[in-house]
Design a protein. Structure first.
Length: 486
């Protein structure tokens, strides 16, 4: 009885001290920007969630670019659309295009804009966080602006001349207008320039821990080199999309300020750069791995086109990244036409569910530098960059290109190295389009109305177009209704 009396008394005392407001516990499933602003733990969770969201878009972008760029296919015995949609398309007015009504057209789009919304909320949260110093806010803002640019780069690479939407409105139900490709690139470049300014003012450390794939890029002084690498890449892409000489010069400046190492001779040095890390459940696994994605095959042209080393064996990059002897699989038949040749090749780039996926590596930076050197008239430097990669990454003899070789010959040399050095890293289709060489990609259909079809752009998803019915002007896109036509 005595013990029971003490218990009742303690409960009564607790109730007397309890306020009504103490019972208003925020729902963890309905997080708000205001709540995160006042809660350092919530800000860390928002920060960690951003990297998870960003990681989720990378594999989708790689896979779709790979199919368009004839690197690989998802050849599913159960669903032929993974091949027929990107390779056959629909014929509208005598022009073959990707049908925006199918799900294949939804990436990259919805996922990237979901991340951009999260970045918008995160920037609002840190701006009002009284627990952060001015330097800490600057550093975190620099990270957010870097990823603003990174997501928009996915969108412009996928949709190119169709443009995109760069404005994220506070009210998510309000439509923002489309802008042109030129404006998208200017947004990307401006975001990265602002990010670099903020990162340089970000102090010695970030207030929150970055994922393990950013080891070596996890302070403001080192993360800014990643931002400079992205800026160098996007300036190079903009240069071939109308930016011209000024953009090429800016690309060189940014690359030189990045983690570019032109003297790299080892695999470790070539692979320097941030990676998206993966794990096994409950973490997000690598969706490209051979361990689980048994429908992902490589294009047979990778075997045919691999150059030979002095000993007669193929390019080391081919040997390291391609697995042979898979059960033969061909694309499905549509309209009497095979949509891909039979392939027995797969990828060994990601051997397990926890294999990392690179965002950008030094090896790519060297070849971007080669592009910039060629474009700015320094052919000798471009050839030197080619040899650094082909000798140390491919195990190949030095190129036979010389200063007297044509610019196009040197460019083709660069594109060969990029094809095998950055295989399945989202570059091949974009590079061939940038240099008006899509017609040089391996063709899968050589007769009929879909003959020689290679998608130039991914369409604007139909859902995005339907919600804009009744709108006028820029809400429909810089090219009007053409952006939403099949």
């Amino acid at each position: 009885m005595h013990k029971r009396g003490l218990t009742v008394a303690a409960m009564a005392a607790a109730l007397v001290g309890c306020q009504a407001s103490d019972l208003n516990v925020p729902s963890p499933n309905s997080a708000t920007v205001a709540g995160a602003t006042s809660d350092p733990t919530a800000l860390q969770l928002l920060f960690t969630g951003l990297f998870s969201d960003i990681r989720g878009q990378r594999a989708n972008m790689i896979l779709q670019s790979a199919v368009f760029g004839r690197e690989g296919y998802t050849i599913s015995p159960q669903d032929g659309r993974f091949v027929t949609v990107p390779l056959i398309g629909v014929v509208v007015g005598g022009v073959t295009k990707i049908d925006p009504a199918v799900g294949f057209a939804n990436n990259p789009w919805a996922g990237e804009y979901g991340v951009l919304r999260d970045l918008f909320n995160f920037k609002n949260a840190i701006s009002g966080a009284g627990t952060l110093t001015a330097a800490q806010k600057a550093g975190l803002l620099g990270i957010a602006q870097t990823f603003d640019a990174y997501m928009m780069a996915d969108l412009v690479q996928a949709h190119d001349s169709l443009g995109a939407i760069t404005e994220i409105k506070a009210d998510a139900s309000q439509l923002a207008p489309f802008v042109s490709r030129d404006s998208v690139y200017k947004f990307i470049i401006g975001s990265l320039q602002s990010a670099i300014t903020n990162l340089n003012a970000g102090g010695a450390t970030f207030p929150y821990k970055l994922p393990p794939g950013f080891a070596g890029f996890d302070t403001p002084a080192t993360f800014v080199k990643f931002a400079q690498a992205l800026l160098g890449k996007e300036e190079a892409h903009y240069a071939t999309a109308g930016g011209g000489a000024a953009a090429w010069a800016a690309a060189v400046t940014a690359l030189n300020a990045s983690f570019l190492n032109l003297s790299a001779t080892t695999r470790t040095a070539l692979d320097v750069g941030p990676f998206n890390t993966h794990g096994v459940a409950p973490d997000s696994p690598n969706s490209l791995t051979q361990a689980t994605n048994t429908n992902l095959y490589a294009h047979m042209s990778l075997q045919r086109d691999a150059q030979l080393k002095a000993n007669g064996q193929p390019d080391d990059r081919y040997t390291a990244k391609i697995r042979t002897g898979l059960p033969p699989r061909a694309g499905p038949i549509a309209g009497g036409l095979p949509t891909s040749e039979t392939t027995t090749l797969g990828f060994s780039i990601w051997p397990a569910q926890n294999s990392s996926i690179p965002i950008i590596r030094n090896e790519e930076l060297i070849l971007l530098h080669a592009e910039a050197m060629l474009a700015t008239g320094n052919k000798v430097a471009a050839i030197s960059d080619i040899n650094t990669v082909r000798v140390n990454s491919g195990g190949l003899p030095p190129t036979t290109l010389t200063a007297s070789s044509s610019d196009d010959a040197v460019l083709n040399g660069i594109l060969y190295e990029k094809r095998y050095s950055t295989l399945m890293e989202g570059n091949r289709w974009v590079d061939m389009r940038r240099y008006n060489k899509l017609d040089q990609l391996p063709l899968d259909i050589t007769s009929g109305p879909n003959k020689n079809f290679v998608a130039r752009v991914n369409p604007i998803p139909q859902a995005e177009c339907l919600v804009r019915q009744g709108q006028t002007g820029d809400f429909l896109g810089p090219n009007g209704l053409n952006n939403c036509a099949p």
